[in-house]
Design a protein around this ligand. Sequence first.
Ligand SMILES: Nc1nc2c(ncn2[C@@H]2O[C@H](COP(=O)(O)OP(=O)(O)OP(=O)(O)O)[C@@H](O)[C@H]2O)c(=O)[nH]1
Ligand SMILES: [Mg+2]
Length: 295
Amino acid sequence: LQIDDLVERLCQGDPRALARALTLVENRSKDAREILSRVFGHRGTSAVLGITGPAGVGKSTLADRLAERGRALGRDVAILAIDPTSPLTGGAFLGDRARMDAGARDTSIFIRSMATRGHVGGLAGAAFEALFLLEAAKKDIIFLETVGSGQDEVEVAAAVDATLVVLAPGLGDELQAAKAGILEVADVFVVNKSDREGADALAHDLSLIAGERPVRRTTATTGEGVAELLADALRIAAGRAGSRDRRLMEVWLRDVLSTTVRDRIRESSWEDALTALVAREVTPYEAAERILAEL
Ligand SMILES: Nc1nc2c(ncn2[C@@H]2O[C@H](COP(=O)(O)OP(=O)(O)OP(=O)(O)O)[C@@H](O)[C@H]2O)c(=O)[nH]1
Ligand SMILES: [Mg+2]
């Protein structure tokens, strides 16, 4: 069978098999579920490092440098950029802006940007599924890039061993927005674009809220500070070995369950309940009970 072959090559780390399997996940193909169930028993040993932060702060550039550093240390590395696929842009915008002109790059680094629109469990569900495939392919370090916009990041943070929150000078309001959500999931704060004016002030600001957590300065375009950052991140990840699994499963199960319930309802009694509600025959509480009873 074709799937057997794909899974076998995937587990040997064949990048083409990996790419193919990720496309199946992205397209929500039935085969993707089959592949997942085949590799699900495998316990990976990858260090999964989340890279998140507002748009344009240099996450992709930094992920590239970190991955190169990982390669220099002899590790097998992958970068997965999760694209929330806004209905406005309609396509992949995350992960490749800086990469397009990166020129000659290290082809031994597996890079993939993945759209998640309409995926069961949204962004988190697709990211988790992709992560399992990368772990099955025995990557030593997986960098998971997401654009910082709130709840999704908090969910994705559950799936990583360490979260790097990347900021850059000149963010203004975006910094305030970022502070509200993603800062609490940070294990390491990164002031990227340290070559720019305002980096000192930002690093100082962050040190006030960071507590014990490190604040690292990087210039992703030159690689400055990247080796130290990777060392920090790997140290934190190693200190957490094993604790990711339960957090991840909890978020994943909750996502899949709520999506499944929503889908089932849509197929059955949603319209009836709505009609009854509008006619004031039932309250929303009674309507919800009725829907659940019919499931
Ligand atoms: N001056 C300076 N520019 C940088 C640095 N890091 C990245 N950039 C530039 O910032 C721009 C955005 O970089 P990306 O790596 O695409 O940023 P991103 O956070 O991945 O962007 P999105 O994925 O769109 O959210 C590019 O033009 C980079 O070359 C840096 O350390 N210093
Ligand atoms: Mg990017």
